[in-house]
Design a protein. Structure first.
Length: 161
């Protein structure tokens, strides 16, 4: 079984009214990373200031980046027939499913939420956000709030659990 560990950065909290600014997909076979994809995405909208501060992704960084429709085929190919894994999976899945559908692709895969998994495996933690969970487990988390850093961090956490 293959797992697609996914993280995205967005312009807001709802898929229908917001764009993706960055995506990373780590394909894992249960033992090792077998594929990796990461790119900035032009969301066709201005990135709110507070999101620029949170992620470090600015309007100028995405100005010449591909639009989601330009990477949709690659994203779909990397996700189909895999378990979609993400920290708070329904957020990432809803955005990617919505934007894939807008580009003419269907996504209907199994999902695994690492927040729910962590709550079951590691009860009693003060927080289950990815960054705080890493601190509590003494796992170095580089490049926080960037898609590639968070996706790679999830696969490291999964190995530790």
């Amino acid at each position: 079984m293959l797992y697609a560990i996914v993280d995205i950065e967005t312009t807001g909290s709802h898929a229908a009214g917001n764009g993706i600014t960055e995506i990373a997909i780590v394909v894992h076979d249960g033992k090792q990373v077998v594929d990796f994809y990461e790119t900035l995405i032009n969301p066709n909208a201005q990135i709110p200031y507070f999101i620029q501060r949170l992620t470090g992704i600015t309007n100028s960084m995405v100005e010449h980046a591909p639009r989601f429709s330009e990477v949709a085929a690659r994203v779909h190919e990397m996700l189909k027939d895999k378990v979609f894994v993400a920290h708070n999976v329904n957020f990432d899945y809803s955005f990617i499913k919505h934007h894939l559908e807008a580009s003419g692709y269907e996504l209907g895969v199994k999902k695994l939420c690492t927040v729910r998994m962590a709550r079951k495996i590691l009860p009693g933690k003060t927080s289950y956000s990815l960054g705080k969970l890493c601190v509590q487990l003494d796992i170095n988390h580089a490049n926080h709030h960037r898609a590639g850093g968070d996706a790679m961090q999830q696969q490291i956490c999964l190995r530790c659990w």
